[in-house]
Design a binder for this molecule. Structure first.
Ligand code: ARG
Length: 418
């Protein structure tokens, strides 16, 4: 028997609740079919929507308790910042908004399960996606004794059947006609799939985008932003200090107004499926470009070379549900030790769908004008290059000489039978 539960009481389950039709129907289904008391847990990660109304809806759908956790700061500090340190872009393009959110939601669920002495956690992910993997692996990493229910994998209702099910049980159903897409949003970006987007040849219609205007309809004049970083963390905009959550919000709006951050890709899901995905991530696009540039200015060549492959590992671990793995934690510590130097300001121009870094400066800059310049301020010792090149090229020179000798012997061999 679960701790804190009386003999006759049903077991408790903490459901990751978004307020959509799927999870609303799930509240009822877990109660009726599985005889569980449902605690609905909604994470505010900066997505649009009235959190109070979502809570009400959970209760109307039959939850015994409904909690909304404002996790925006935690999301930014413990997930987005480490991802930014890793300049994380899955397969070079996707800034991982959905992927980064899942381990945090799982953590909030496990915390709530402990508070409520719940035996189960549940999610509304289907059996085809990455999110089920991320939730379940994160839960296992955080509390290996927690039991997980994934109703969508065993119970395949069509949307019409869900609406019918909901109507019969007085569960609120959406009144407006729903978007033809499957959308997930948070501070770090918006993910959009399904509908006409499933044809990879079809250009995404404008209604697939909500955060960004098209580059064609973006203003004809660029806007310039100065983003200040301290220890790899963005801390100011145009000279004014601003909290990370607010900064990301401003960059999403300004970037979106200039058409920055649209991504249209074919992506490899962990379960082996290729899928067509549309992303909008103006702030992530701007911040990764700015951060990466400031690293180039402040970190040594070998530190950068050591760091880049680890960045790819972080992107893959975030995507593949391994956020809480020891390797990810170790790479975060590695990055943290270098990021202390990544302080300075980056100037970015937003114009017609592009974010371009056009200037950078830092108290830790490794750029030395005396060494770089070609004008009369040149302080570089040109004569030192002679010996350097001699030694740098020595292995190749020895190789080439040996090849020539071997080639010469072969030529002699061709002389015919002895
Ligand atoms: N393909 C992306 C990922 O796995 C986005 C998933 C979006 N989820 C959604 N419910 N629309 O991270």
């Amino acid at each position: 028997m679960t701790k804190g539960k009386k003999e006759s009481e049903p077991d408790k389950v903490v459901l990751a609740y978004s307020g959509g039709l799927d999870t609303s129907v799930l509240v009822n289904w877990l109660t009726e079919e599985k005889n569980l008391s449902v605690i609905a847990l909604t994470a505010d990660l900066g997505q649009p929507g009235d959190m109070g109304a979502i809570r009400e809806k959970a209760l109307k759908s039959g939850a015994v308790a409904a909690e909304v956790v404002d996790a925006r700061d935690t999301f930014a500090e413990e997930f987005i910042i480490p991802a930014l340190w890793a300049n994380a872009l899955y397969q070079g393009n996707y800034p991982l908004a959905t992927a980064l959110a899942r381990p945090l939601i799982a953590k909030l669920q496990v915390d709530a399960a402990h508070r409520h002495c719940a035996r189960y956690v549940a999610h509304g992910c289907t059996g085809k996606g990455n999110d089920q993997v991320r939730f379940e692996v994160a839960v296992a990493a955080l509390d290996p004794s927690m039991e997980i229910i994934a109703p969508m994998r065993e119970w395949l209702m069509t949307r019409d059947e869900e609406i019918e099910y909901a109507r019969e049980r007085n569960i609120p159903v959406p009144v407006t006609s729903e978007s033809p897409y499957s959308v997930d949003e948070n501070l770090w970006g918006r993910s959009c799939e399904c509908g006409v987007l499933e044809d990879p040849w079809q250009e995404p219609p404008e209604d697939a985008y909500e955060w960004t205007v098209s580059p064609e309809s973006a203003p004809d004049k660029p806007v310039y932003l100065e983003i200040g970083f301290e220890g790899g963390v963005p801390v100011s905009l145009d000279g004014n200090r601003v909290g990370i959550v607010e900064l990301i919000g401003v960059l999403n709006r300004t970037g979106g107004d200039h058409g920055v951050g649209r991504v249209d890709i074919i992506e490899d899901r962990l379960v082996g499926i290729k899928s067509r995905e549309i992303y909008e991530a103006p702030a992530a696009t701007i911040l990764v470009a700015a951060h990466r540039d400031l690293e180039q200015l402040t970190l040594t060549r070998d530190a950068l070379a050591g760091k880049r492959p680890l960045e790819q590992s972080v992107s893959e671990m975030a995507y593949e549900g391994l956020w809480f793995s020891p390797l990810n934690r170790a790479i975060e510590a590695f990055n943290e030790s270098l990021e202390g130097r990544v302080t300075g300001t980056v100037r970015v121009r937003l114009y017609k769908g592009k974010a371009t870094v056009v200037g950078r400066r830092s108290p830790n800059s490794l750029y030395d004008l005396g060494l770089a310049t070609y004008d009369e301020r040149d302080a570089f010792d040109h004569t030192a290059a002679t010996g350097f090149i001699k030694l740098w090229g020595l292995p190749l020179k020895i190789w080439a000489e040996s090849e020539r000798e071997a080639g010469g012997e072969k030529d002699e061999d061709v002389g015919g039978p002895v």
